[in-house]
Structure formats: C-alpha cells, structure tokens
Design a binder for this molecule. Sequence first.
Ligand code: ADP
Ligand code: MG
Length: 157
Amino acid sequence: GAMRHLPYFCRGEVVKGFGRGSTELGIPTANFSEQVVESFPSDIPTGIYYGWACVGNGDVHKMVLSIGWNPFYKNIKKSVETHIIHTFKEDFYGEILSIVITGYIRPEKNFDSLDALISAIQEDIEEAKRQLDLPEHLKLKEDNFFHLPEGKIVNNR
Ligand code: ADP
Ligand code: MG
C-alpha cells in the first residue's frame, strides 16, 4: 500500500487550480503541476497523507496532502494538493514547494455534504499534527532535503 513509498520527497512549482480549496472549503491547497504529479509512482494509493512542507527557502511546516482524481480531466489524471498548516500573509503561486510525505491517514471518500467534508478535513489536520510530533515523523522536518540550494529541483532525490 501507501507505506512502501514513504517517506516520499517531492519538489515543484505551485500552480493554479480551480480555487475551490479556499472559496468552498476555507482550506487552501497548493497544487503541483501535472508534470510533478506524473513523476509520482503510478501505484501510490489515492487518499490523504501528511508530512512536512516548505515554500521557497522558508520555514518547514506541518502539512496534509491529498492525492486524488482530478475531475477537470474526467478523473483520468491525478492531482496532488498540499494544505500547509500555517497562516501565510500572501499567496505563493509560482514558488517552489518542497514536501516530504511521511504518513498515510485514509483513502479518498465521498461526503454527503460540504460540512461533512470540512469536518473530515479538520480531523485529518488534527491527526496530522499529532502524528508529526512523534519522533519518527519529526526527524524528517530536519532533513537536508529542505536545505538544498534554492532552485535545485530534485524529485524524490
Ligand atoms: P487553487 O485551486 O488555485 O489551488 P486554492 O483555493 O486551493 O486555489 O488555494 C491555494 C493557494 O492558496 C496556494 O496555491 C497558495 O498560493 C495559497 N495558500 C495560502 N495559504 C496556504 C496554505 N496554508 N496552504 C496551501 N496554500 C496556501
Ligand atoms: Mg488548490
């Protein structure tokens, strides 16, 4: 399943999605480009993951991530979207996002209402925060991956 791909290191540009994360859910998700998504292992399960994220050469923050099917492409292409558990002053489209995925929470699900979806995501965020404080996940926050020279793009090292 998911575990054999983890930890998974990934770096790429933040691109525009449909703006649904912020407007509908109040939870912005930084989308990776199609090219970065295609560099993911094809057999990595869809679902909700957690790990560490850093924009440019900024601080490393906790994150939750969804690997899912992109309805815009009639669900034939995956999307990979990172919600960083931090309040940013501004958008960061076009910047380089570095992430390490360290754990898996759950598969993708359908929800009966927007409220149900939002509370599931809130629970995912709480679960991610707890898990990331454990030593096996916390140690990846300090990984050299986050301290490489700016602009150097390396997928999964
Ligand atoms: P889009 O559909 O374009 O991805 P979203 O509504 O999902 O739009 O918002 C994502 C954008 O919001 C990111 O690309 C980033 O520039 C910005 N943003 C601001 N704060 C955060 C955050 N904490 N986590 C992720 N993205 C954030
Ligand atoms: Mg988004």
